[in-house]
Design a protein. Structure first.
Length: 117
């Protein structure tokens, strides 16, 4: 059976405020803004964009309750150093055997995770 889909087009993540989140994702994580329209903005992250969106006025922001995705890097220890130099509080690197992960939080309280193998 052939695949029905070619790729994941984007990953969505709710943030409290685009005005607060966008500079952090751009300056701290180095993502380039692809576009912004109303309550949504897409950032370039390799092949799959990350689309941030803020709730409608009066609606609460709820940080993501689980990890729906993770980023990948070749050198997780170098990433840890860079994040900490940029003021990001990281959790300790976890060693899962062949895979290592590190988690941290964005300004909206969303848990973000990075893996390396």
């Amino acid at each position: 059976m052939s695949q029905l889909f070619e790729r994941i087009d984007t990953v969505f993540l709710q943030v409290k405020s685009l005005d607060e989140a966008l500079p952090w994702y751009q300056e701290v994580l180095g993502f380039e803004l692809r576009w912004r329209h109303g309550s949504h903005a897409a950032l370039n992250v390799a092949e799959t964009p990350l689309t941030l969106w803020e709730p409608e006025p009066g609606q609460p922001h709820t940080p993501h309750p689980y990890l729906a995705f993770n980023f990948y890097v070749k050198d997780i220890r170098a990433l840890e150093s860079i994040l900490q130099e940029r003021g990001v509080e990281t959790e300790p690197i976890r060693d899962h055997g062949d895979v290592k992960t590190i988690d941290f939080f964005d300004p909206s309280g969303n848990r973000l995770s990075v893996c390396s193998w």
